[in-house]
Design a protein around this ligand. Structure first.
Ligand SMILES: Cc1cc2nc3c(=O)[nH]c(=O)nc-3n(C[C@H](O)[C@H](O)[C@H](O)COP(=O)(O)O)c2cc1C
Length: 213
Protein backbone atom coordinates (compact mmCIF):
# COMPACT_ATOMS: atom_id res chain seq x y z
CA UNK A 1 0.00 0.00 0.00
CA UNK A 2 1.25 3.44 -0.88
CA UNK A 3 1.60 5.88 2.02
CA UNK A 4 -0.50 8.36 0.10
CA UNK A 5 -3.40 5.89 0.23
CA UNK A 6 -3.54 6.02 4.03
CA UNK A 7 -6.31 8.42 4.87
CA UNK A 8 -9.38 8.49 7.01
CA UNK A 9 -12.22 10.78 7.87
CA UNK A 10 -12.40 12.49 11.25
CA UNK A 11 -15.92 11.96 12.47
CA UNK A 12 -15.99 12.15 16.25
CA UNK A 13 -17.68 15.52 16.39
CA UNK A 14 -16.76 19.13 16.34
CA UNK A 15 -15.57 21.69 18.80
CA UNK A 16 -17.60 24.86 19.19
CA UNK A 17 -16.68 28.06 20.97
CA UNK A 18 -19.74 27.89 23.22
CA UNK A 19 -18.60 24.46 24.44
CA UNK A 20 -15.14 25.67 25.41
CA UNK A 21 -14.07 26.48 28.93
CA UNK A 22 -12.78 30.07 29.13
CA UNK A 23 -9.79 28.69 31.07
CA UNK A 24 -7.48 26.54 28.92
CA UNK A 25 -6.19 24.55 31.91
CA UNK A 26 -9.74 23.54 32.80
CA UNK A 27 -10.35 22.73 29.12
CA UNK A 28 -7.15 20.65 29.08
CA UNK A 29 -8.15 18.78 32.24
CA UNK A 30 -11.50 17.88 30.67
CA UNK A 31 -9.79 16.53 27.54
CA UNK A 32 -7.15 14.69 29.58
CA UNK A 33 -9.86 12.99 31.66
CA UNK A 34 -11.67 12.01 28.46
CA UNK A 35 -8.40 10.64 27.01
CA UNK A 36 -7.87 8.56 30.17
CA UNK A 37 -11.50 7.36 30.21
CA UNK A 38 -11.30 6.37 26.53
CA UNK A 39 -8.63 3.79 27.36
CA UNK A 40 -6.16 5.07 24.75
CA UNK A 41 -2.57 4.13 25.53
CA UNK A 42 -0.27 6.53 27.37
CA UNK A 43 -2.77 9.40 27.70
CA UNK A 44 -0.26 11.38 29.79
CA UNK A 45 2.59 11.01 27.29
CA UNK A 46 3.56 14.29 25.67
CA UNK A 47 6.18 15.28 23.17
CA UNK A 48 8.54 17.88 24.60
CA UNK A 49 10.28 20.07 22.02
CA UNK A 50 13.34 22.11 22.94
CA UNK A 51 15.81 24.26 21.02
CA UNK A 52 19.55 23.89 21.63
CA UNK A 53 22.23 26.60 21.71
CA UNK A 54 22.76 26.27 17.94
CA UNK A 55 19.07 26.78 17.23
CA UNK A 56 18.41 23.10 16.48
CA UNK A 57 15.01 21.82 17.57
CA UNK A 58 14.78 18.42 19.22
CA UNK A 59 11.92 16.42 20.67
CA UNK A 60 11.20 13.40 22.83
CA UNK A 61 8.35 11.97 24.87
CA UNK A 62 8.06 12.58 28.60
CA UNK A 63 5.20 11.85 31.00
CA UNK A 64 2.97 14.57 32.41
CA UNK A 65 2.95 14.17 36.19
CA UNK A 66 0.90 17.17 37.26
CA UNK A 67 -1.06 19.97 35.67
CA UNK A 68 -2.67 23.03 37.25
CA UNK A 69 -2.78 26.82 36.88
CA UNK A 70 0.99 26.93 37.41
CA UNK A 71 1.69 24.69 34.42
CA UNK A 72 2.62 21.24 33.15
CA UNK A 73 5.11 19.18 35.21
CA UNK A 74 7.51 16.43 34.11
CA UNK A 75 10.60 14.79 35.62
CA UNK A 76 13.93 13.94 34.04
CA UNK A 77 17.71 14.10 34.26
CA UNK A 78 18.82 17.77 34.36
CA UNK A 79 22.09 16.90 32.55
CA UNK A 80 20.34 15.15 29.64
CA UNK A 81 20.12 16.66 26.16
CA UNK A 82 16.75 18.20 27.06
CA UNK A 83 18.04 19.47 30.41
CA UNK A 84 20.99 21.20 28.79
CA UNK A 85 18.78 22.71 26.07
CA UNK A 86 16.34 24.10 28.65
CA UNK A 87 19.19 25.56 30.72
CA UNK A 88 20.20 27.50 27.62
CA UNK A 89 16.72 28.32 26.35
CA UNK A 90 13.63 27.79 28.56
CA UNK A 91 11.18 28.20 25.65
CA UNK A 92 9.62 24.80 25.00
CA UNK A 93 6.63 23.25 23.32
CA UNK A 94 4.50 20.30 24.45
CA UNK A 95 2.28 18.16 22.27
CA UNK A 96 -0.37 15.62 23.21
CA UNK A 97 -1.43 13.34 20.30
CA UNK A 98 -4.72 11.70 21.21
CA UNK A 99 -5.37 9.96 17.87
CA UNK A 100 -8.33 7.73 18.88
CA UNK A 101 -10.20 10.86 19.98
CA UNK A 102 -9.07 12.71 16.83
CA UNK A 103 -7.59 15.39 19.06
CA UNK A 104 -4.30 17.10 19.70
CA UNK A 105 -3.24 19.78 22.17
CA UNK A 106 -0.26 22.00 21.60
CA UNK A 107 1.35 24.15 24.29
CA UNK A 108 4.05 26.81 24.19
CA UNK A 109 5.61 28.05 27.38
CA UNK A 110 8.64 28.57 29.55
CA UNK A 111 10.15 25.73 31.56
CA UNK A 112 11.49 26.36 35.05
CA UNK A 113 13.14 23.92 37.43
CA UNK A 114 11.01 22.61 40.28
CA UNK A 115 12.31 23.21 43.76
CA UNK A 116 14.16 20.35 45.40
CA UNK A 117 11.41 19.54 47.90
CA UNK A 118 8.89 18.97 45.11
CA UNK A 119 11.38 16.76 43.25
CA UNK A 120 12.27 14.83 46.41
CA UNK A 121 8.59 14.18 47.14
CA UNK A 122 8.02 12.72 43.67
CA UNK A 123 11.31 10.77 43.65
CA UNK A 124 10.38 9.13 46.98
CA UNK A 125 7.03 8.02 45.51
CA UNK A 126 8.69 6.08 42.65
CA UNK A 127 9.35 2.33 42.79
CA UNK A 128 12.84 1.59 44.12
CA UNK A 129 13.95 0.12 40.78
CA UNK A 130 13.05 3.38 39.03
CA UNK A 131 15.00 5.34 41.64
CA UNK A 132 18.05 3.15 41.12
CA UNK A 133 17.66 3.33 37.34
CA UNK A 134 17.78 7.12 37.61
CA UNK A 135 21.07 6.76 39.51
CA UNK A 136 22.45 4.21 37.04
CA UNK A 137 21.68 6.20 33.91
CA UNK A 138 23.82 9.11 32.81
CA UNK A 139 20.95 10.03 30.56
CA UNK A 140 21.90 10.96 26.97
CA UNK A 141 25.62 10.14 27.47
CA UNK A 142 27.37 7.58 25.26
CA UNK A 143 27.88 4.28 27.12
CA UNK A 144 29.96 1.28 26.03
CA UNK A 145 27.30 -1.41 26.39
CA UNK A 146 24.04 -2.51 28.03
CA UNK A 147 26.16 -4.57 30.44
CA UNK A 148 27.77 -1.34 31.67
CA UNK A 149 24.31 -0.06 32.62
CA UNK A 150 23.26 -3.35 34.23
CA UNK A 151 26.47 -3.59 36.26
CA UNK A 152 25.87 -0.11 37.65
CA UNK A 153 22.25 -0.99 38.41
CA UNK A 154 23.19 -4.24 40.19
CA UNK A 155 25.86 -2.48 42.26
CA UNK A 156 23.29 0.12 43.30
CA UNK A 157 20.80 -2.59 44.25
CA UNK A 158 23.45 -4.05 46.58
CA UNK A 159 24.41 -0.64 47.95
CA UNK A 160 20.83 0.30 48.79
CA UNK A 161 19.51 -3.11 49.76
CA UNK A 162 18.45 -1.93 53.20
CA UNK A 163 18.06 1.81 52.76
CA UNK A 164 16.20 4.23 50.56
CA UNK A 165 17.95 5.60 47.51
CA UNK A 166 18.68 9.31 47.99
CA UNK A 167 17.70 11.92 45.42
CA UNK A 168 20.44 12.27 42.76
CA UNK A 169 21.60 15.87 42.38
CA UNK A 170 21.33 15.53 38.59
CA UNK A 171 17.70 14.46 38.69
CA UNK A 172 14.89 16.99 38.66
CA UNK A 173 11.65 18.25 37.27
CA UNK A 174 10.37 21.15 35.24
CA UNK A 175 7.15 23.12 35.17
CA UNK A 176 6.11 24.55 31.82
CA UNK A 177 4.08 27.71 32.34
CA UNK A 178 1.94 28.05 29.24
CA UNK A 179 1.57 31.25 27.23
CA UNK A 180 -0.30 29.66 24.32
CA UNK A 181 -2.44 26.50 24.15
CA UNK A 182 -4.19 25.15 21.07
CA UNK A 183 -6.95 22.54 21.03
CA UNK A 184 -7.51 20.66 17.76
CA UNK A 185 -10.47 18.43 16.98
CA UNK A 186 -10.61 16.57 13.67
CA UNK A 187 -13.56 17.42 11.44
CA UNK A 188 -15.29 15.98 8.41
CA UNK A 189 -13.71 16.73 4.99
CA UNK A 190 -10.58 18.03 6.76
CA UNK A 191 -12.59 21.00 8.09
CA UNK A 192 -11.05 20.60 11.53
CA UNK A 193 -11.77 22.82 14.54
CA UNK A 194 -8.89 24.68 16.15
CA UNK A 195 -9.02 27.05 19.10
CA UNK A 196 -5.98 28.91 20.32
CA UNK A 197 -5.80 30.43 23.80
CA UNK A 198 -3.24 33.19 24.18
CA UNK A 199 -2.25 34.64 27.53
CA UNK A 200 -2.98 38.38 27.67
CA UNK A 201 -1.12 40.95 29.74
CA UNK A 202 -3.44 40.32 32.66
CA UNK A 203 -2.56 36.96 34.18
CA UNK A 204 -5.35 34.35 34.06
CA UNK A 205 -7.01 36.28 31.24
CA UNK A 206 -6.95 34.34 27.98
CA UNK A 207 -7.86 35.45 24.45
CA UNK A 208 -9.53 32.70 22.43
CA UNK A 209 -9.24 32.62 18.62
CA UNK A 210 -10.52 30.12 16.10
CA UNK A 211 -7.79 29.15 13.63
CA UNK A 212 -8.29 27.89 10.09
CA UNK A 213 -7.60 24.16 9.85
C1 LIG B 1 6.19 6.67 26.69
C2 LIG B 1 7.51 7.31 27.07
C3 LIG B 1 7.59 7.99 28.28
C4 LIG B 1 8.79 8.59 28.66
N1 LIG B 1 8.82 9.33 29.82
C5 LIG B 1 9.97 9.96 30.17
C6 LIG B 1 10.00 10.83 31.30
O1 LIG B 1 8.99 11.07 31.98
N2 LIG B 1 11.19 11.41 31.61
C7 LIG B 1 12.32 11.21 30.86
O2 LIG B 1 13.36 11.74 31.22
N3 LIG B 1 12.31 10.43 29.78
C8 LIG B 1 11.16 9.81 29.39
N4 LIG B 1 11.13 9.02 28.26
C9 LIG B 1 12.39 8.88 27.47
C10 LIG B 1 12.59 10.14 26.61
O3 LIG B 1 11.72 10.10 25.48
C11 LIG B 1 14.03 10.33 26.13
O4 LIG B 1 14.49 9.19 25.45
C12 LIG B 1 15.00 10.62 27.30
O5 LIG B 1 14.42 11.46 28.27
C13 LIG B 1 16.28 11.27 26.78
O6 LIG B 1 15.95 12.46 26.11
P1 LIG B 1 17.04 13.58 25.75
O7 LIG B 1 18.29 12.85 25.32
O8 LIG B 1 16.44 14.38 24.64
O9 LIG B 1 17.26 14.40 26.98
C14 LIG B 1 9.95 8.46 27.83
C15 LIG B 1 9.84 7.79 26.62
C16 LIG B 1 8.63 7.23 26.24
C17 LIG B 1 8.55 6.55 24.89
Amino acid sequence: MQLQDYRREYIQGGLRRKGLNTNPIAQFETWLQQAIASGLSDPTAMTLATVDENGWPNQRIVLLKQVDEQGFVFFTNKQSIKGRAIANNPNVSLHFPWYPLERQVRVQGKATLLDEQEVARYFASRPKESQLAAWASEQSQVIPSRDHLLEKFTALQEQYVESDAPLPIFWGGYRVKPSCIEFWQGGEHRLHDRFQYTQSEVEHDWKIDRLAP
